[in-house]
Design a binder for this molecule. Structure first.
Ligand code: NDP
Length: 311
């Protein structure tokens, strides 16, 4: 029997219990799935970083920790975790993010807010013809599972898309840049900037006043990545100065975003409550079962986190 500890919130247990049980059965894995085991009996931990399990020392026979989230910044530095850590890559998570990013990009590209503000019978005041997508360069920072999928979807709509990543890439339909020298170039053309970077020591505060100033005047930012990728005060200053047109933010330094935070009341900021994309239990359970099957046969785990890089 393979003992799998489910270490996440009660609500997640309600959502995941049945699909995980089914996914293990579909792989012919004899699994005992529970929310409580003696730590020394646990073979795998299905994990959410907001679970009460924070000290992994007693889990002496654990073969891997399988994260339910794509982002691992809250667990990657945990010194008690010495076992392999896998992050979540899930069809539902990717497709949800593609829909969120394309939807919000099209809102700003088509000036939908302008038409909502001109419903008063003044035909001429309402008249604003947006450019074609092919005339509106977009930049996506981060070309991983989510960033690459979003960049390709935007390119398919006709936007000229530049992507930026740590290592050089060659992705059909995209201009791919990398490294510090590529960033200034990627920002300089970005009428819409999408942030899909993980939060690491290198990416924290990446979009500070200097980098925001490198964006073209009137640029729009979409941040479904992580809040600390942007310096809040610098973003507010760039919006107030008229340098940026709008920021649509899904993630924040403090979540929930405090009621007194200036983002809530700012007319050029859209606050979303970290809903850009969710791990979907049905598809995510299959990934977890696949990784348990791999662990049992000694095959390499999927989506292993590189601790030295922090993601
Ligand atoms: P991946 O790990 O697949 O991709 C990360 C990308 O960022 C890679 O292209 C990587 O480059 C690049 N990158 C990392 N560090 C740097 C750096 N220092 N300089 C330049 N590029 C860098 O992650 P995902 O695409 O799966 O997810 C991205 C993030 O999205 C998650 O970490 C999470 O924070 C966020 N997220 C938000 C959700 C929401 O609902 N708001 C839902 C899910 C995820 P390289 O390819 O060279 O390694």
């Amino acid at each position: 029997m393979i003992n799998v500890l489910f270490a996440a919130t009660e609500q997640r247990w309600t959502e995941y219990r049945a699909p995980l049980t089914e996914a293990f059965a579909a792989r012919d894995l004899a699994v005992d799935l529970r929310t409580d085991f003696p730590p020394e009996a646990v073979d795998y931990i299905v994990y959410a970083p907001n679970s009460p399990v924070q000290d992994f020392t007693p889990y002496t026979r654990c073969k891997a920790v399988l994260n339910l989230w794509a982002g691992v910044e809250a667990i990657v530095g945990n010194q008690t975790l010495t076992r392999p850590l896998c992050r979540m890559v899930d069809h539902g998570l990717t497709r949800g993010m593609v829909e969120w990013v394309t939807g919000h990009a099209l809102r700003h590209h088509l000036h939908i807010d302008h038409f909502l503000a001109h419903q008063d019978g003044d035909w001429d005041a309402a008249k604003l013809v947006p450019p074609l997508a092919e005339e509106r360069p977009v930049t996506v920072l981060g070309l991983g599972e989510l960033g690459a999928a979003c960049a390709q979807a935007l390119a398919q709509l006709g936007f000229p898309v530049t992507g930026w990543s740590r290592s050089p890439k060659d992705i059909e339909g995209l201009t791919c840049l990398s490294g510090p020298e590529g960033l200034a170039q990627a920002l300089s053309t970005a009428q819409i900037l999408v942030l899909l970077l993980p939060l690491t020591a290198e990416t924290t505060d990446l979009m500070d006043a200097t980098r925001l100033a490198q964006l073209p005047r009137g640029a729009v930012i979409l941040n479904p990545g992580r809040g600390p990728l942007i310096v809040d005060e610098a973003l507010l200053a760039a919006l107030d100065a008229g340098h940026l047109r709008h920021a649509t933010l899904d993630v924040f330094r403090t979540e929930p975003l405090p009621a007194a935070h200036p983002f809530w009341a700012h007319p050029q900021v859209t606050v979303c409550p970290h809903i850009a994309s969710e791990t979907r239990p049905l598809t995510a359970s299959r990934i977890i079962a696949e990784n348990v099957a791999r662990g049992e046969t000694g095959a390499p785990f999927l989506f292993l986190v590189d601790r030295s890089q922090g993601y």
